[in-house]
Design a protein around this ligand. Structure first.
Ligand code: GLC
Length: 442
């Protein structure tokens, strides 16, 4: 009789993931990635002149929904008049997020800092007239939140960038290599400026799809950043030279193979401020998505889009606060954990403590009543409802004395302990997690 027992230790989990890694993996990367792996939640901020009209960031002129002249005219209306970076940082902290990533420059080329490269920026070209990055990063520092810099490699406004709108380009690199070199010098210099002035903990590149690794000088970008800030993390949109992968909006069903990953997602359907878009996700939906991401070993980078004056839409504040409330109560099951059980053991999300002796079960659909867990070989020493002092008694069902196949675990969760959004159970095991993965039988 063939019986399959898999013992999932922390080492096995790490090993598995390591094999799926690409060429840049190494021990030093693993150690610099640790805060990121523990962080689970980041807040993405898309702030730019597109918030003046409340239209698609950059894409609106690229896709010709608006003329370039009208698009760029929004520079005149970008005031940042009520910008309160400390309030932003405090809200981010309240949400439970451990890092924030702000658009230092989107595809439209407008920099939120006073770039020295003689190109659009909010200090010289908008009524905001000030560096918007500096005080924000300072506020994040104060709140102990890691600083992320979104940077678009694409710059559809720069006169020496080939791409412009969906059906027009300025030139071909093969025809005018010198012109492309000028652009390379320009964007490398901007990256250097941000790297030196603000020392981001994390670089979030975007737009790499328009050119190859060679054209972007991706290796040089990476080297330059790391030579000044060796522990900086670089996202995967750098043509193979990043540290983690970034599925966008589209939700993974199978566990991504790469060791570190982050789902970036909007709160409604748009990245930037879009008053006509009221299709907001509810806190319940956001929490479900968040928990599923963490259960699969990823992070969620949840986006907000402030208005031109620097205020954050109420609907987004509400989502962040509700998420924060839930995190405050249930955070021990999230932050600093590792991916949970493989599929098939529990109908819901799960996470594990790093030593895998504690298993967290997230009860789907605000469920109470009986829950079932399959294939757990360990003895359960204790069951507790996270965020409460309530302990529960598990019942082992169908354990056959002469068989080594474990019984089913049933736990009854009384209705009155139901969390408003998602109830979490904490199972203390008698040692590192051991699972039965077989097909039953003798
Ligand atoms: C896409 C879009 C961009 C957006 C980004 C966020 O790459 O081009 O507008 O900022 O996704 O992930």
């Amino acid at each position: 009789m063939k019986k399959i027992f898999l013992s999932f230790t922390i080492f096995a989990l790490l090993q598995l993931n390591l094999f799926a890694q690409n060429k840049i993996n190494s021990d030093s990367i693993r150690s610099k990635m640790q805060w990121f792996a523990d962080a689970k939640l980041g807040i993405f901020i898309h702030w730019g002149i597109y918030s003046v009209n409340g239209i698609d960031e950059s894409w609106s002129f690229y896709n010709k929904k608006i003329s370039y002249a009208d698009y760029i005219n929004q520079l005149k209306g970008f005031t940042a008049s009520k910008y309160n970076p400390q309030a932003w940082a405090d809200l981010i902290k309240e949400s439970g997020a451990r890092y924030a990533v702000i658009t230092t420059k989107h595809h439209d080329g407008v920099a939120l800092w006073p770039t020295k490269q003689n190109h659009f920026n909010v200090v010289d070209n908008t009524p905001a007239r000030k560096d918007l990055l500096k005080p924000f990063y300072k506020a994040l520092d104060k709140d102990g939140i890691k600083r992320g810099a979104y940077f678009s490699l694409i710059d559809w406004s720069y006169p020496d960038y080939p791409g412009f709108t969906k059906d027009s380009t300025r030139y071909k690199i093969a025809d005018e290599p010198e012109r492309w070199k000028k652009f390379q010098h320009f964007f490398q210099s901007q990256i250097e400026e941000v790297n030196e002035a603000y020392k981001p903990d994390l670089w979030w590149f975007d737009g790499d799809w328009e050119h190859s690794a060679e054209e972007w000088q991706a290796q040089k970008v990476r080297q330059k950043i790391l030579s000044k800030n060796p522990s900086a993390i670089i996202n995967g949109r750098l043509q193979g030279y990043g540290d983690y992968v970034t599925p966008e909006q589209n939700f993974p069903v199978s566990r991504p193979k790469f060791n570190w990953w982050e789902l970036c997602m909007t709160t409604n359907n748009n990245w930037g401020y879009h008053p006509d878009d009221t299709n907001y996700k509810t806190p319940f939906e956001v929490i479900n998505i968040f928990v599923d991401v963490v259960s699969n070993g990823g992070n969620l980078l949840l986006d907000i889009g402030p208005k031109e004056d620097g205020t954050i839409p109420d609907e987004q504040i509400y989502i962040l606060k509700e998420l924060g409330k839930w995190n405050k109560k249930n955070g021990e099951a999230i932050f600093g954990t590792i991916a949970g059980l493989p599929q098939g053991h529990f109908y819901g999300a799960t996470t594990l403590s790093k030593d895998s002796t504690t298993l967290y079960l997230f009860l789907p659909n605000q469920q109470a009543g009986n829950i079932m867990l399959k294939g757990l070989i360990n003895k359960i020493n204790d069951v507790q409802i996270v965020g409460t002092t309530q302990h529960l008694q598990p019942k082992i069902v169908g354990k056959i004395s002469w068989s080594s196949v474990p019984g089913l675990v049933f736990i009854h969760v009384p209705e009155k302990y139901k969390d408003e959004y998602m109830t979490v159970l904490k199972l203390k095991l008698d040692g590192p997690l051991k699972l039965y993965r077989g097909e039953g039988g003798l």
